[in-house]
Structure formats: C-alpha cells, structure tokens
Design a protein around this ligand. Sequence first.
Ligand code: EPU
Length: 296
Amino acid sequence: MTWPHNCVQPTELLANHTSFRIGGAAEWYAEPQGLDELLVLLREAQRHGVPVSVVGGGTNLLVADRGVRGLVISLRRGRAFRMVEVLSHEDEPQAQIRCGSAVYTQQLVTLGGCHGWGGVDALAGLPGQIGGAIVMNAQQIGQFVERIRLVSLAGAVHEFTRDQLQFAYRYTRMEPGILIDAILRFERADPQATLARIQRVLHRRNATQEVTLPSAGCAFKNPPGISAGRLIDQAGLKGTRIGDARISLRHANFIVNLGRATCDDVLSLMDYVQRRVSRSVGILLEPEVRLLGERW
Ligand code: EPU
C-alpha cells in the first residue's frame, strides 16, 4: 500500500515508544506534522480498511510482542499538538489554557506552577502526555477539562464540552477517535504555594513509587476504597518474577521490566497476581494498563 504522505513508514519498533520498553513492531507508523496531515492519513486508512491506533506518551501501554497490525499514529512531531496557549488574561479569576494532546503533562505542571494554576499540583509526577491523561482521567484531570477536540476515525473534527464527557475513576467516556487538544481551566492560586505543593507531591511519589526501572505505572486499578498495591503486598507478592517481569520491591502495584521482559511475561505475571489476590481476599483486580496489539 502507498500512503499519500511521506510521514508514514513501514515497521517501527514500539518498544521504543513505551515506558515499559516492551512491544513488537507496528505494521505502519506515522508522525503527522499537523491536523491536515492527520486527517488525510485517517481518511486513507479508512478507505483501505487499515486499522488505526494511537500511541501517546506510551506510559500506560503494554504492546504485544507480535506487534500491531495496521497504522499506529503518534502526534509527538506535530507543532500544533505540542502547543500550550494561555487564552485568559492575567486579571481574570480563572486561567484558561488550550493544550495540545502531545504536550507532556509535566510541561503543563511546570508552567502551571510558575503561573499559579491552582490544583495543577495534583498532576505532578504524572508521566506521559495530556491526551493519554485525559483519556484515562489520570489523577482526576477531568476536573480541569472544559472541552476537548477529537478527530473521528473517519477523519472529521468534533468538539465535546465537559457535560458531554463522563469522567470516572481512570475512565472518560468519549467517542472513538484521536484527541487532539483540550481547553483546561484552573482557579488562580499563589505560584509559590503551587510550586511548593508540586515539590511535595514529587517527593512523595519518588519516595513510594518505582521511578528508576521501566514500568507502565500502576498495573491494576484500585478496587473501590482499597489500594491494589496494598492487596498485592499483603498477598506477599513483592519481588515475584516471571521471566524479566517482576513485581516492584518498592510498590507492589508496579510491574518492572528488568531488561528483557516480554509482553507475555508481564501478562503471565498479571494473571498470577489476579489469581493470588482473588484467592486470598476474593477480589478480582482489574488491569489499568491498556493492551495494544496482536495477542488480543
Ligand atoms: N501500599 C502498601 N504496599 C505497597 C504499595 C502501597 O501497603 O506496595 C499502601 C501504602 O502504604 C498506602 C496505600 O497502600 O497506605 C496507598 O498507596 P499509594 O499512596 O501509593 O497509592 P495507590 O492507591 O497505590 C494511587 C494511584 C497512583 C497514584 C497514587 C498517588 C491507582 C491504581 N494508583 O496509588 O497512580 O500515583 O495513588 O496519587 O489509582 C498509576 O495510575 O499509574 C499510578 C501510579
């Protein structure tokens, strides 16, 4: 198949695009430079029946060892997808920000700290990009979202206001498609106090979470009112290893890649954790990491 844009390349190792450092190749891989290029790609993919998937920061993603069929798109090269624009004036009571979906969440946190965007400290240390954070409602980022723009897989741009979206724990209800940007709103706060809160959150994360070895953050969602990490820890599973995938010694809800872990290693370990925790406390842990690729 030939593509109308030279931003598409055949095969790209997706391990290079995930924080887990795991995953086979994409059949086709594209980094569109802007919205027009993205729309053309999507329409072309649809015309030829080529399945489309997206990688953002790749920080909550487990990619199959056999790779991913079809076209995998990353927005990280598009200038418009990486832009942060302040829409409000300094004297307005709230700060209104347009944020491209490929902006790294920590860039937004740094900017927000300096400008005193109240509540932005809740996002401190959150890996990955804004698009993925909104899709997962990570750290309840949904509370700051006023509206989003989404490109449908047919290649049409749609806007959704916050009342058309539904934010829940690690979940946002939205149409299938690719999120391209969002308008966020923050109450104004004192920049010094905001920066100090960011430092405290980062310090706590660094002290309790796995920050050095490759992982995809928390492997399982927290069941209502309970920490999955605590349950896995209490089941005595810290340090359990299958192949090169190991339950973190520091935080039991993190699975780390010791070097050559495969997707199958991680899935086997997750399956083992689910069975052990279910046997000990009767709770079936639900995966938080998103699975992408051929195995599924
Ligand atoms: N705990 C243990 N053993 C462990 C890990 C935790 O006993 O191995 C205990 C802690 O001592 C604490 C409790 O469990 O009393 C809760 O732990 P923590 O504060 O680390 O929070 P968490 O519920 O495990 C959640 C999110 C994290 C987020 C933190 C901080 C989920 C699945 N996890 O973790 O998100 O960073 O709160 O806000 O919701 C992620 O989604 O990738 C992630 C890391």
